[in-house]
Write a protein that binds this ligand. Structure first.
Ligand code: AHG
Ligand code: MN
Ligand code: MN
Length: 335
């Protein structure tokens, strides 16, 4: 199928034929894709490019930054600040929003990203990725501020990720289903390799970090215990488990063959609603999953309906095959 459709052509057709995306949004997605290509090259060089290991800094989340976290953040900012399509950016690696400098034209979009997801996997040569989410700046002439970003995920106008694995694959939605593009290194462009991605509604595969079991809340414990009993237990089937520790890689597997991914609230840090970040991890992944026929919830609420109170807000995440997510939600409602 579609071997010769580049990302550029796909986006032009979405704009021209279907009127789905304005030209500024098309430009934005192309620029993000170009930045991902650059990050992919840096990731591929690994030790040869001197990009492995930790930097000597912490991010706003109190996590030690890796060199590639910082490199990827800079690549995304430098690629996006001058094109005139953005008002501001926000990133896991920056405490405050980054408003487009006055010397450049201002656009109407807001770009959020996790520049490098799965940082603990960089040095061990396991799949990592970049996650992005695009919102529109609310109308008004006021200077852009953090409050403009605090919109529910159902307001996203584009979302996606790029996974740097055995292949580099860009996965995108603009609200018209999910499409996947594989980087052709000889041509230097992303080529459409799958359209209308659909997640099977049922699954026998779950992804959760089992080492946190003793800290989980009762509904999560009960769900996983039932899965582990396999065909002899209440689920009546044997389950398989995967945990890559890169959300991009786990979500990519789920978009490809189904499954569920859980990073629930737990008792290690009871005052935080979860580990993952709502605006640049859970929202873009949640929308992609929904666009592919799956579901994304906190266990009790649809993720995309949550109105954030702050930029780096955290959230409990359950996403993937629709019927399995509904089943997990039922453990929460039994409480
Ligand atoms: P990041 O590298 O951007 O901080 O995100 C890592 C996230 C996510 O990708 C992954 O699913 C999860 O953290 C892994 O967490 P554990 O190490 O606690 O399993
Ligand atoms: Mn991440
Ligand atoms: Mn990250």
């Amino acid at each position: 199928m579609s071997q010769n459709i580049s990302l550029t052509r796909y986006l032009v057709e979405q704009q021209r034929v279907d009127g789905l995306i304005p030209s500024q949004l098309r430009l934005l997605i192309e620029v993000v894709a170009r930045a991902c290509k650059s990050i992919s090259h840096a990731v591929n060089k690994g030790a040869l490019g001197g990009v492995l290991g930790a930097a000597e800094s912490e991010n706003v989340q109190g996590e030690i930054q890796k060199k590639l976290d910082i490199i990827a953040n800079e690549v995304l900012i430098e690629a996006n600040e001058w094109g005139g399509h953005l008002a501001a950016m926000a990133s896991e690696e920056m405490e405050d929003i980054y408003a487009v400098p006055n010397r450049y034209p201002q656009g109407e979009y807001l770009l959020l990203f996790d520049p490098l997801d799965g940082s603990s996997n960089i040095d061990v040569n396991v799949s990592i990725g970049t996650i992005f989410s695009v919102l529109k700046k609310p109308d008004g002439d006021a200077a852009v501020g953090e409050k403009d970003f605090l919109q529910a995920g159902h307001n996203q106008v584009a979302a996606g990720y790029c996974v740097y694995g055995p292949q580099t694959t860009l996965v995108l939605t603009v609200g018209d289903g999910v499409a996947m593009f594989t980087l052709d290194r000889e041509q230097g462009s992303f080529v459409l390799t799958q359209e209308n991605v659909q997640i099977p509604p049922d699954t026998k595969e779950f992804a959760i970090n089992m080492s946190n079991m003793r800290h989980w809340d009762t509904p999560v414990k009960r769900y996983v215990e039932d899965c582990l009993q396999g065909s002899e237990g209440p689920r009546g089937k044997d389950f398989n488990m995967r945990w890559i520790a890169s959300m991009v890689a786990d979500v990519h597997r789920i978009l490809t063959r189904g499954g569920v991914f859980l990073y629930p609230w737990d008792k290690r840090e009871p005052n935080k609603p979860g580990k993952l970040r709502l605006m640049y991890e859970a929202n873009p992944m949640g929308w992609l999953i929904e666009q592919a026929g799956g579901a994304a919830s906190t266990g009790t609420q649809r993720i995309l309906d949550i109105v954030p109170e702050k930029l780096h807000e955290r959230i409990s995440v359950v996403l993937g095959s629709k019927n399995e997510v509904a089943h997990i939600n039922s453990y929460f409602s039994k409480l």
